[in-house]
Structure formats: C-alpha cells, structure tokens
Design a protein around this ligand. Structure first.
Ligand code: AHG
Ligand code: MN
Ligand code: MN
Ligand code: MN
Length: 347
C-alpha cells in the first residue's frame, strides 16, 4: 500500500478519546472532562490570536492572589476554562491560578473530577504575541463526601475546607495532565498515564489532530532554560552548576541558552529537543516562582510519562503533597541526565 497518508488515517482528539474510553483506559466522565478542556483551549487559542484586534491586550486593572497584575486575558481565559468545566457536568471542584480558593461546582448536575489549571501561562508574553499556554491536571476526589449542590450541613468553611482537601493531592495521584501551547502552531499535549500524545490544531476544521504519540524526551540535551537575570540571587551551588554549562567540556561545545518566559513554551521545546528548564529558589523568592498544583505537578507527570524527570532540586515533584493551593516550589525539569546533574550540584 502507498505510504501516502489517506484522509481517513487522521486521528482527531475526539476519536482518540473515544478509543481510550472503549479500551477502558479512561471512563466516560473523564472523556467528557477532557473534551470540554480541549474546547476551552480552542476558544482561548482564538482569543489569544486576535487579542490586539479585540482589545484584549494589556492589564485588567486587578491584582490576583499571586500578587500579579492580572492581564485581561488571564481573567477571560479563566472564565472560559471555568465555564467549559462547569457546563461539562462532570467536575466537582476546580482550582485555578486566578481564583483565591478552590471552587465547588454548584451546578445541579456536577460530577466528581477535581480539575486544577493555569488558564493562561506566560501571560506577560501576550502583548508581544510570544508563545503562551494553558496547563491542567485532573484528580479523582480525595474524599467520598465531595461537595454536592444540596449540601445542607456545610457552612462555607466546611465546603471550602472539603474543596481544599480534594485539591491538595500529590502529583502522583494525577489521572491526567496536559497543556495547550498557543504558538506558531496550537499544540495540545496530553497524558492519561499511558504515554504522552501530541495533537496539532487544524484551523481548517477546528479539530486537534494526532501528530505525535508516545513521545520520549531525549536522555540528555544541550539546551538550558533559566532566567539568568536572577543569577546574583541564586545559591552558590546553583551558580557553579550554571557556570559549568558554559564550559566547552569534552564535547567541545557549551550548552545553548533558550528562555521564552512561558513555562509551556520552554517545556515543550525541552520535551522534544531534550535539555533542562529550571526555576530555582532565590534570595527574594524562597520557594521559587512556579506553583506546585497547576504548573509543576502536571508538567512533572507529563515529563515522567515521556521518560524524563521533574524535581525541586532534591526530591521528585510528584511526591510533594501541597499544603496550600498556591504553594510555590523550585522546579528543575527535563532530560533525566540533565536533572540528575543539577541535583548533584545542589546536594
Ligand atoms: P503565569 O503567566 O501563569 O503567571 O506563569 C509565568 C511563569 C512561567 O510561565 C514562566 O516560565 C515564568 O513565570 C517566567 O518567570 P520570569 O519572568 O520571572 O522568568
Ligand atoms: Mn500569572
Ligand atoms: Mn503559569
Ligand atoms: Mn497563568
């Protein structure tokens, strides 16, 4: 048979999800949640691509719980994500970078899944049309008594408390994680625990099309992504590590520095090309900048599914149980040999 791809060879995200459901890899509720997330990402992709036209660049004028000046698109993409999850009728609790506390889905038909997400990652890049993304993770409920609409004995704090209990789970409990990158292509990356799958949005008919399956990150790589503007604030051991990358070494060539300023963009390049992304702690930010729940844990699940490693410099990210929703941790993520190397310097 000719090796030419025939149109019916195309696997869309929709058909891929149905195949996973038929194979019993995911249940029908998870299928619906993931489909609703992909819809949210398509909507955000179009908002991002037309931001300068629809006056959606610039700041909203509010400060979020992170202490960041919210961009207009931070707020809009958070609403798009939340609305898609609510209307899916299959989510019980959602936690977002842009929400102070986790929110119980009060629709009269809510489901059980717990979804954590960063609706717009790298939002400082929006006004310059540089890559941004959305990141998400999905958990089962942490207790049987998930918030439900007619919760009659819950006062606010117990409902809120139960939401926090449901959300504060270690990344090792993740059932699914993924991201959508809004770049020269719109790329949807997903794992449900059976490897990493990459889909590319075909704008001709608005579907994500499977373009890579069971991605394996190279064991080593010669690209490092750190914001060296913080060099003066780093621990001495970390300075020595980064300095070592600049020596030609036995390969005769030093590493290359690449830094996009969006975790999603820097991570996706690292996943495909190999290397390391790091956001260390420093004298100003004792725990670094990135948030464990909806940035570090989902990315670490994905990288491990691709044969890579996600560490806080000393321990596996997926082993860390959050004690608060917006907790920050240092992150070193990418090729196994590269993360091993930085851990040795930091020991
Ligand atoms: P967010 O836009 O969701 O707040 O995340 C921004 C994060 C991450 O995407 C990126 O790698 C990092 O902040 C960049 O931080 P610096 O600008 O301090 O390097
Ligand atoms: Mn932010
Ligand atoms: Mn982010
Ligand atoms: Mn964000």
């Amino acid at each position: 048979a000719s090796s030419k791809k025939r149109s019916y060879d195309i696997v869309t995200l929709t058909t891929w999800l149905l195949k996973q459901e038929q194979a019993g890899v995911i249940d029908n509720e998870m299928t619906i949640v993931l489909a609703s997330i992909s819809t949210a990402c398509k909507q955000i992709a179009s908002l991002v691509q037309r931001a300068p036209i629809s006056n959606l660049t610039g700041v909203q004028g509010a400060v979020n719980v992170q202490g960041e000046d919210q961009k207009k698109l931070d707020v809009v993409s958070n609403e798009v994500f939340s609305n898609c999850l609510r209307s899916s009728g299959r989510t019980g609790v959602i936690a977002s970078e842009e929400e102070d506390v986790p929110v119980a889905v009060e629709e009269n038909y809510s489901g059980n899944y717990v979804v954590v997400f960063d609706p717009l990652d790298g939002s400082s890049n929006i006004d310059a049309a540089v890559s941004t993304g959305s990141i998400f993770g999905i958990y089962s409920p942490n207790d049987e008594c998930l918030v439900d609409a007619d919760d009659d004995n819950g006062t606010l704090d117990s409902v809120e408390q139960r939401c926090i209990v449901n959300v504060c789970q270690p990344g090792s409990n993740l059932l699914a994680a993924g991201y959508c990158m809004y770049s020269s292509s719109v790329i949807f990356v997903l794992t449900v625990g059976t490897g990493v799958y990459v889909f590319t949005l075909d704008p001709m008919y608005g579907e994500f099309v499977l373009t890579q399956e069971k991605v394996q990150i190279p064991k080593a790589g010669k690209i490092y992504a750190f914001n060296e503007g913080n060099y003066a604030l780093w621990d001495d051991k970390l300075k020595k590590y980064v300095d070592s990358l600049k020596e030609p070494g036995d390969s005769g060539k030093p590493y290359s520095a690449r830094y996009i300023g969006s975790l999603v963009g820097d991570f996706h390049r690292t996943l495909l090309y190999g290397g390391i992304y790091g956001y260390p702690r420093d004298k100003k930010s004792k725990n670094g900048k990135l948030r464990l729940l909806y940035e570090c844990a989902p990315m670490s699940f994905i990288v491990e599914q691709a044969g890579g490693k996600g560490s806080d410099g000393h321990q596996r990210i997926l082993d860390i149980t959050p004690t608060e929703i917006h907790q920050r941790v240092p992150l070193y993520i990418g090729s196994v040999e590269e993360v091993d190397k930085v851990e040795k310097f930091l020991a």
